[in-house]
Design a protein around this ligand. Structure first.
Ligand SMILES: [Zn+2]
Length: 109
């Protein structure tokens, strides 16, 4: 598996540090097995020991958490189940429609 570099991820204009660290499965603050997000610290951690598809799924899950927390009042936040289902559906759509996903993510002409 290609080693991913830690990087910045921009979410709604805010830069989050993205770290790939081994052993995240031991950290479980909100039910995620392979990831952890701190909006306060603008930090997303993904378990580098997970298989690549699990890392991608986990990163998308954590990004949905970030988007939710950046846009919703605490009383309006998505449940863990809702985040899980949205992220899983988005991952599936992008995975099964790679060209469409590339087009959505491309710069406007
Ligand atoms: Zn979660």
């Amino acid at each position: 598996m290609r080693k991913k570099k830690d990087q910045l991820v921009r979410v709604l204009g805010a830069d989050y540090r993205l770290l790939f660290l081994p052993g995240m499965q031991d950290v479980d603050l909100h039910g995620d097995t392979f990831g952890l997000t701190s909006v306060w610290d603008r930090l997303i951690k993904v378990d580098s020991n997970a298989c690549q598809s699990q890392q991608k799924d986990t990163l998308l899950h954590e990004l949905v958490h970030v988007a939710d927390q950046e846009t919703a009042q605490p009383s309006e936040r998505l449940t863990e189940s809702q985040v899980f289902r949205i992220a899983r559906a988005l991952f599936s759509i992008m995975h099964d429609n790679a060209k469409l996903a590339d087009w959505i993510m491309s710069e406007d002409e």
